[in-house]
Design a binder for this molecule. Structure first.
Ligand code: ADP
Ligand code: MG
Ligand code: MG
Length: 959
């Protein structure tokens, strides 16, 4: 409770006024808390809560209330709200319990009345489960405690009531184990060892083999080990058990596992977890009882053929997922498919592993009807948990089932076709980020069948990968730089390996499960990963791994199937994913509703082709420098650089020289100038060819080409070996090459001689590039080139470059006799450009926001160095996300918005786009949509993601 104390020593009027006001506020707060409802009852065909109260009741609680209201067989119970959890965290346990005790007492009394049982007493003891459940499903929080309310006294009553001593003892030992583990902090193995003792003493294998006497012995040992490890007797008072159980759930909200999970999954602004206290039903009361889990559709493919699920006879709670016995299938069809995959004969299947459909046909029919009802009600695929007690079916949970990207797309499409959801809802059902999984190559079936399987690990992250194996992150990065595709093989990965994980095409680890570092990171990257391939032993020293009798050495070809976990020796052919069917239809719908265009960043005809196939409506950023590295062009580029400085210097001197001096300088510049022009002349046809290819691939879609951007020294070799090669290639001394490299060295190249600054110093480079672009456009019918000047901060920079561009276009037009429509615009990536966008728009027909540089310069974070501390920044909440990955909307976003408005004011029809990495990030796409950009541009594989994200943004904006 809030305690108000007022100090009486001051008696001045104003002081009193303030204090009375403060007192009033505190009393209001207290009244607020007092009037809050913390406990919601459900069961007996009605509920105080409903699905709409998900934030307050948690997902589990809200849906239990909902199912009870729908008239489904839900064991009655009550939900203590997430607000109570938040109060628990701020006020503390005692205060919260004082606050909610009256409501808990009422709810318990109502539960006793509804069930006609008594909590903590015979003749019909009420037993309950205590279950956690936040608004978002969250592994890492507290486990469920079942059978709470049992003690030596109620056990006797239960035996008298059920006449089934074995079942009661089984429930009791489960309770001690779960309560001890979850509430009293005992370890699992504390109990496992005791259980194993009894099993080995009696020669029994399965839990179900244990008889009454065995179980009594287990219980005795359990109680003793509790006393020994925790120092206290196992609590016998059911009320104490209940309060402690609830406290453990609330307390688990802030345990490190749960906090970490919320961080990793970006789960924010939740109040806490709810606690569900629910009447027990018993799947372990004999062979007419069972427990199970099921999906209303196939969660991996989305298929709606049969009811996907598993159950176990005479079992309780999580036995099905715990893997202590082989679970059986729900449907006969599913059971047969299972038997085939496990090479179990039909006879054995029928007698030992019958489906629920065969074993309990009546219950099955009821469950199947509920499946239908739930899907119609929630209009989505459900993941359900049920228990059968002595032939009676009970529903214990339902929620929207987790699914793969493939299933998400198929289910959304099917639900729309079945008329359960609208087109817009279908679009919203698929998470843009999830699509990443679908856009990667898969293995050609025939080729995969023929491949030699080395081993099978865990299918940690879907996709197919073929590459040469390397054993360190550094080696992977080096290989990527050489353009080789590699598979990174590690015992397990750690955060230091991130660079290598990013550079490789697939990841293989010997250790670690589905939630290991490798698995989690790979899934995040949308990269194929097989983890926990325990059969391989990795030897870093020798640069090899051994599996069975095969030794696989560094550099050998390996293939991974991230969807099955298979590891193959050698290359396996891959194909691009099929983008038709349900996927195609969902994408069509996305296009129907999105309002913003989607272009791609592509530098080659091949990338352009892929992107167009993925639905790109043009190129938003074609970088010309990548072309400079290809083949022997780099030699021409270096030839240019070699003389560029000299030409520049001599020209500067000539500006002020006269007469003889001028003539001497002219003579001096002649040779370097001719080499300079020669290099440009060599580059011209090559660049023209590049653009011709790209324009052809685009088939009339627009293409924004950015003029040369990086500083010249990036084209020079920085290692001795490379410098020697260059010297040899060009007939120079090593010293000369070194001198050149040194003379171009910059302390801060990102802010150095790059972007339009190059074009201003070396106008001939701009001329050459523009000529190549325009000549290519003239030769490909329908081309729509847009020439973009990079790194403009001052309108005069753009003006000066534009003069050259316009003049060159005119020249080519005169030469070819063709009128070529070329748009001229600029990147907005220097903060000064954003602030003076009104002036810049006088010259620019379009803006393309280069949010990478804009973030770098706007936040003052070097893109190359910020990695060292940005992680801390995000962890400490200084920046919500890495601003290079997710646009910093409240800072850099404001610059963008300002420039958009200023630009439009000057030139209402100015074309506006974004070409930073952010163009493919769903949250940033939404932002771009909301501030009214015309298009976003992103890498080819992200185009479908951006299309879908744009549709989400448009549909959400309507709401
Ligand atoms: P989780 O959030 O891990 O799924 P649950 O709270 O759903 O945990 O509990 C796990 C399992 O425990 C359920 O699927 C169900 O089989 C069993 N269980 C929970 N409450 C009860 C109950 N009142 N009666 C019988 N079984 C229960
Ligand atoms: Mg559950
Ligand atoms: Mg830039």
């Amino acid at each position: 409770m809030i305690i108000v104390s007022i100090c009486h020593s001051e008696i001045d009027f104003y002081g009193w006024f303030v204090k009375i006001k403060a007192l009033k506020i505190l009393l209001e707060m207290e009244k607020d808390i007092m009037s809050k409802k913390y406990v919601y009852f459900f069961g007996g065909g009605q509920s105080e809560g409903s699905a709409s109260l998900k934030n307050l009741l948690g997902g589990k609680g809200a849906n239990l209330a909902d199912m009870a209201e729908l008239g489904l067989p839900v064991p009655p119970g009550f939900t203590v709200t997430t607000e109570a959890c938040s109060e628990y965290c701020t006020l503390g346990k005692e205060s919260l319990f004082d606050l909610i005790k009256p409501e808990i007492d009422d709810a318990l009394a109502k539960l006793e009345e509804t069930t006609n049982k008594t909590f903590g007493k015979g003749p019909k003891p009420l037993l309950v489960s205590v279950r956690s459940g936040a608004a978002v499903s969250m592994p890492g929080m507290m486990d469920t405690v079942l059978n709470l309310g049992l003690n030596d006294e109620t056990v006797e009553a239960m035996i008298a009531l059920t006449n089934n001593e074995r079942f009661v003892m089984d429930s009791y030992r489960r309770f001690i184990q779960m309560f001890g583990n979850v509430v009293m902090g005992m370890e699992h193995h504390d109990f496992e060892t005791q259980l194993d003792k009894v099993k080995s003493a009696t020669g029994k294998v399965l839990d179900t083999d244990l008889d009454v006497d065995d179980l009594k012995e287990v219980i005795k040992l359990y109680k003793a080990v509790v006393k020994e490890v925790s120092g206290e007797d196992f609590p016998t008072d059911p009320m104490e058990q209940l309060w402690r159980g609830m406290a453990a759930v609330f307390g688990s909200w802030n345990n490190p596992r749960a906090i970490k999970y919320r961080q990793l999954n970006d789960i924010r602004s939740l109040w806490g977890t709810a606690v569900n206290v629910q009447t027990m039903v018993f799947g372990n009361s004999g062979d007419n009882s069972a427990t199970g889990v099921a999906f209303t559709r196939d969660p991996s493919t989305g298929a709606n053929e049969y009811f996907y699920g598993e159950y176990l006879i005479n079992a309780q709670g999580e036995d099905v997922v715990a893997g202590i016995r082989t679970p059986q299938q729900i449907t006969k069809a599913g059971s047969r498919a299972w038997a085939t995959s496990q090479s179990v004969s039909e006879d054995v299947r029928g007698s030992e592993y019958p489906s629920l459909e065969e074993a309990m046909p009546v219950v099955f029919a009821e469950l199947d009807a509920i499946r239908d009802k739930l899907e119609k009600h929630y209009k989505d695929m459900q993941d359900i948990e049920f228990t059968i007690e002595d032939g009676t079916l009970y529903m214990l949970q339902t929620r929207n089932g987790k699914r793969t990207a493939q299933a998400a797309v198929k289910i959304a499409y099917d639900l729309k076709t079945e008329g359960l959801i609208s087109e817009k809802e279908a679009v919203l059902r698929v998470e843009p980020k999830q699509l990443d999984q679908l856009l990667h190559p898969v293995f050609v079936k025939e080729s995969e069948v023929e491949a030699k399987t080395l081993t099978v690990g865990l299918p940690a992250s879907p996709g197919a990968a073929t590459g040469q194996v390397v054993f360190s992150a550094d080696a992977a990065e080096a290989a990527k730089a050489e353009g080789r595709s590699v598979i990174l093989c590690r015992v397990e990965t750690s955060p230091e390996d991130i660079g290598g994980m990013d550079a490789c095409c697939g990841i293989l680890t010997a250790r670690g499960g589905m939630t290991s570092h490798a698995a989690v990171v790979a899934r995040g990257m949308g990269k194929c990963c097989v983890s926990g391939a325990g059969d391989i032993s990795v030897d870093y020293e020798a640069g090899q791994f051994i599996v069975g009798d095969s030794v696989v050495k560094d550099g050998e070809w390996l293939s991974l199937n991230g969807s099955t976990g298979a590891v193959y020796l050698g290359k396996v052919d891959t194909v691009d994913p099929a983008l038709d069917g349900a996927f195609g239809s969902i994408m069509e719908l996305a296009d129907k509703y999105r309002k913003i265009g989607v272009r791609t960043n592509a530098d080659s005809p091949k990338d352009a082709e892929v992107a167009v196939k993925f639905g790109a409506e043009g190129i938003g950023l074609c970088r010309t420098e990548h072309m400079f590295f290809e083949g022997d062009r780099i030699t021409s580029v270096r030839k240019l650089i070699l003389v560029a400085e000299e030409v520049k210097e001599l020209r500067k001197q000539m500006l002020y020289a006269e007469g003889k001096e001028k003539a001497a300088l002219e003579a001096k510049v002649a040779i370097p100038l001719s080499q300079y022009n020669e290099a440009l002349a060599e580059l011209l046809p090559l660049q023209r060819e590049d653009f011709t290819g790209i324009f052809k691939a685009l088939g009339g879609l627009p293409c924004t080409v950015r003029l040369l951007d990086p500083p010249l020294h990036e084209f020079l070799p920085h290692e001795v070996k490379g410098q020697e090669d260059m010297a040899k290639d060009m007939g120079l001394t090593l010293a000369k090459v070194r001198h050149l490299v040194d003379s171009l060295h910059e302390f801060n190249p990102m802010l150095g001689h790059r972007g339009c600054r190059l074009g201003i110093t070396y106008p001939e480079v701009t001329q050459m590039q523009v000529r190549a672009i325009v000549e290519a456009a003239a030769s490909v019918e329908g081309s729509k080139p847009e020439i973009m000047v990079p790194l403009v901060g001052n309108v005069k920079e753009l003006k000066s470059q534009k003069e050259i561009i316009v003049a060159t276009i005119k020249e080519v037009e005169a030469e070819t006799g063709k009128k070529i429509d070329v748009k001229i615009g600029t990147m907005i990536e220097v903060p000064r450009a954003a602030i003076t966008a009104d002036e810049i728009a006088e010259e620019a027909e379009f803006f393309s926001f280069g949010t990478n540089d804009l973030t770098q310069m706007g936040c003052g974070f070097s893109r190359d160095d910020a990695g060292k501390f940005l992680g801390d920044y995000v962890e400490k909440g200084i920046y919500e996300y890495d601003p290079f990955a997710v646009l910093d909307q409240s800072g850099i976003g404001k610059l963008v918005k300002y420039a958009v408005d200023a630009g439009r004011k000057t030139r209402p029809n100015i074309k506006l786009g974004i070409c930073g990495e952010h163009g493919g990030d769903p949250a940033s796409v939404e932002f771009c949509c909301n501030i009214g950009l015309d298009y976003v541009s992103c890498s080819p594989y992200r185009v479908p993601i951006a299309r879908l994200a744009a549709a989400h943004a448009a549909i959400k904006a309507e709401k």
